[in-house]
Design a protein around this ligand. Structure first.
Ligand code: F6R
Length: 250
């Protein structure tokens, strides 16, 4: 695993964006696995900026997103589809039909999940999967205790995740209780994985994920088993990992 320690959120975003840009330059028709949440916002802004400067084209790129709330329409203000439009897709030249986000209103959620796994296979698999990480070590919506052997599936959000996500909704009651999410098995299938973390509040989760045992109690710890993982974080998020002896690239 490669670990990049960056001075702050801005530097972290730039570093992570450069790794994604390199993937796109090397393979213009690559499949990018994308994430939502606060952490990737800065790196998406950086990618959009490089595109607007004429340095980077997404015209051949296909994307698959990790997850979506169950019960939210694609144009709902808090849907992950809308997040992707607002934070990235509307600012780059990716073709709309090349962007894939699970449909939170699918009449048959299980069938939606199975069709998504099939789609990923038809696309040839994910070349580079971007991940954020929850405070409890969740990746996508794979919560502590969830089965590592699952592909895309319907999940029930943990209380901690509902708490963390309520900042985006008018009240806690409005946070959906279920989501559609790629599973750990789907994530591990990606050829390369890029994890972004920021802030002191993630430091404990980062240490537990990357310097602790591989356990389903910390879903991100499974990434230790993947052959090509890059972790990019700011100093605050990496502080406990450093103390635990994690070796950094720069
Ligand atoms: C988002 C996702 C989540 C987030 C995680 C961290 O698609 O799957 O697992 O990556 O909750 O979120 P932030 O970046 O807001 O701390």
């Amino acid at each position: 695993m490669r670990i990049y320690a960056c001075a702050d959120y801005r530097a972290m975003s730039r570093r992570a964006a450069s790794l994604i840009a390199a993937q796109v330059l090397l393979k213009p028709d690559c499949v990018l696995g994308l994430a939502t949440g606060s952490t990737p916002v800065g790196l998406y802004r950086q990618l959009a900026e490089w595109h607007q400067q004429g340095d980077l084209s997404f015209a051949g790129v296909r994307s698959v997103n990790l997850d979506e709330y169950l019960g939210l329409a694609p144009d709902h203000e808090q849907s992950y589809r809308r997040f992707m439009q607002v934070n990235l897709f509307d600012h780059i030249d990716i073709r709309p039909e090349h962007t894939h986000v699970l449909n939170g209103l699918a009449p048959d959620p299980q069938a939606e999940c199975a069709a998504y796994d099939q789609l990923i296979r038809e696309l040839g698999g994910v070349d580079l999967q971007l991940l954020g990480m929850g405070h409890n070590g969740h990746i996508a919506f794979n919560e502590p205790g969830d089965d590592f052997g699952l592909e895309t599936h319907v999940v029930r959000l943990s209380e901690r995740t509902i708490d963390a996500n309520q900042r985006f909704f008018a009240s806690r009651d409005e946070v959906p209780r279920q989501a559609l999410s790629m599973g750990i098995k789907s994530i591990l299938h990606a050829r390369r994985i890029l994890v972004v973390v920021s802030g002191a509040d993630k430091a404990e989760a980062v240490r537990r994920a990357f310097a602790g045992p591989v356990t389903d109690q910390v879903p991100a710890s499974v990434l230790q088993l993947h052959p090509d993982v890059t972790l990019v974080g700011d100093e605050a998020a990496l502080s406990e990992l450093k103390e635990a002896g994690g070796s950094l690239c720069g």
